[in-house]
Each structure stands twice: as C-alpha cells, then as structure tokens.
Design a protein around this ligand. Structure first.
Ligand code: MN
Ligand code: MN
Length: 308
C-alpha cells in the first residue's frame, strides 16, 4: 500500500525534527497504521548525520512541497512559516510539538499533542510508555539524540524533568554513555568551516512573523565563538542579502557556545532595537553577548517577539 500520510519536522531540520519523524512513523506502525512515512524539508545537518551514521540508517526522503489535500503529520513545529510549501492547503491530521502555537489554523478537526517539554522525542517516548510498546535500541538512540540536541545535554533551561527521565531510560536501553555519546554528537554539529556564510546562517534558521513584521532567528552551535566571529563581515553580508531578498525587519544570528552555555548575537535589520530592548543592552558593532543564554525558544524568542 502506498504511504499516503507524510510525517515531517520543520524546515532547516534539526536532530529532533529528523529523529522524531522517523520515530513517529514507527510508533504509527506499532499502533497499526502502516500508511505513514517520514520525510524531511531540508538538508541533514552534521550533528544529525552523526546520529544516522552511528545507527546506520538512511535519511528520510527530501520533499520540496505538498499537493493540495495531502495528508500530513507535523512534528517539532506548527507555524506555517516554518513548514512545507503548500501547507495551507494540506490536510493536517496530527501535530506533535513542544513549541508555542502561532500562525496555525486548520479547516478540519485534528489530533494535537502539545507538551511544554524540552523535546518532541520526549513526548513520543511517553507515547511508547502509555501504550506499553517496547523501545528497541535504534529507537532509543534516535530519541536520546533528539533530547540531547534540543536540551544541549540537559543544560538548556528548556529541560524538564520529563526529558531527564526519558534520556536516562533511553540511555540504558541503548546501552550508551549519554555524556560521552552526547558530547561527540554535539561536537559533530559544530564544525562550521565547510559552510559558506549563506549556508551557515541557514543551518538552523527559524522564520517568524509578528503582525506582519517578518523576522528570523538563526542559531549555530560552536565550541569557540571567536572562531565564528572572525567571519563577521561576510556573515553580515549574507544576513543583509537575506533581509533584502525576504523583506525582513530583523535577522538575529545566535552563535551559541555549547560548552560554556553562552551566546553572542549578530543582529541586523530596521528592528534591531527589538533585541536591545529585549535584553536591555546596546548593540556594539552589531553584536551583543548574552551570558547563560542558549535557548532560542525560551531565552531569545519570547523577549524579542514582545518588542517587535
Ligand atoms: Mn526543532
Ligand atoms: Mn524540538
């Protein structure tokens, strides 16, 4: 039977979006629904590639758009600005997500699971538990990797007790040392040398909309902020192009030090003062350093959004 329901995470997919799509497909199968298929909306980043190579599985198929009335399941996002081209006319039958709900509307009733956890995979883990399904080693590594990625090894303030509990149990099932595996996996995603400036600002960029004000908050992980800042000039060139091409009011690039849990922001656009107001700090050379800030969802987006 042809798989007719597509499961996918957001554009510029991260490890949670990819791993949770794959796990959701398997969960559906365990529930007796064999007609859904994980796909992806963009390139696999290096961190996620590390996970897929570790397990030895292929990435889900890439799709560019969906046809009218295509049945879809969204994981790890709900905002249409972060979803597939054609989402407005697709038939969303289910959402499993851990983000704010914004710019989202459907014609028909749907299943919607929203839990304010650190990771979509934690919600899926609880679904396995609720149904008393066995979790195999591969599934455990997929979910553990997503949780490690989204919570930066449980150090992000988005981390909840549910993520901790899930990761601990998944680590046992997978028989991996979470600290060791997690650090290797996170580090795999910090090699930014091979990316052009344009690619770098799109590795993990989220498009947002506040009453018609369009803005982007992009984030890259590193173990050395200063090595990324060496390229500030060309990065700003790429950011300015993105602003011009997409009519953006603001572009924020967060360069996050995953070892010391800090971020430096590069900020451009006519609404740059939204960032200054959000953190009560002046930009210097289009930059601001934020101590202890690692989470876009919890520490950047809400305050910036409020000031847009
Ligand atoms: Mn995500
Ligand atoms: Mn996520």
């Amino acid at each position: 039977m042809e798989k007719e329901i597509l499961i996918f995470g957001h554009k510029n997919p991260d490890t949670d979006s990819i791993c949770s799509s794959i796990v959701k497909e398997r969960l559906n199968e365990k529930n007796g629904y064999n007609n859904s298929k994980a796909v992806r909306l963009g390139n696999i980043n290096q961190e996620t590639q590390y996970v897929l190579d570790y397990i030895g599985i292929e990435a889900p198929e890439l799709i560019e758009k969906v046809e009218e009335d295509q049945k879809v399941i969204l994981v790890d996002h709900n905002e249409f600005s972060q979803s597939v081209t054609g989402i407005e006319n697709a038939k969303i039958i289910e959402v499993v997500d851990h983000h704010r709900i914004a710019n989202f509307e459907t014609l028909d009733p749907l299943y919607y699971t929203a839990r304010p956890y650190g990771c979509t995979a934690t919600i899926l883990f609880q679904d396995f538990k609720a149904k008393e399904f066995e979790i195999d080693k591969e599934e455990a590594i997929l979910m553990a990797s997503a949780i490690i990625s989204d919570t930066l090894l449980l150090k992000s303030p988005t981390t909840t007790k549910h993520d901790k509990k899930a990761l601990e149990e998944l680590g046992k099932i997978a028989k991996i040392n979470i600290e060791e595996y997690g650090l290797e996996m996170l580090k795999a995603g910090t090699n930014l040398d091979d990316f052009t400036a344009e690619e770098l600002i799109n590795i993990d960029a989220k498009s947002l909309d506040k009453n018609g004000n369009k803005f982007v908050i992009a984030q890259v992980n590193t173990v050395d902020i200063s090595s990324v800042l060496k390229r500030q000039e060309v990065l700003e060139g790429a950011i300015q192009n993105a602003i011009n091409e997409n009519g953006l009011d603001l572009f924020v690039l967060a360069i996050t030090d995953i070892l010391n849990s800090n971020s430096e922001l590069i900020v451009l656009g006519n609404k740059s003062n939204a960032v200054e107001k959000a953190f009560n700090k002046k930009l210097e050379n289009n930059r601001v350093f934020l101590e202890g800030v690692v989470s876009r969802k919890k520490q950047l987006l809400p305050d910036i959004d409020k000031n847009m």
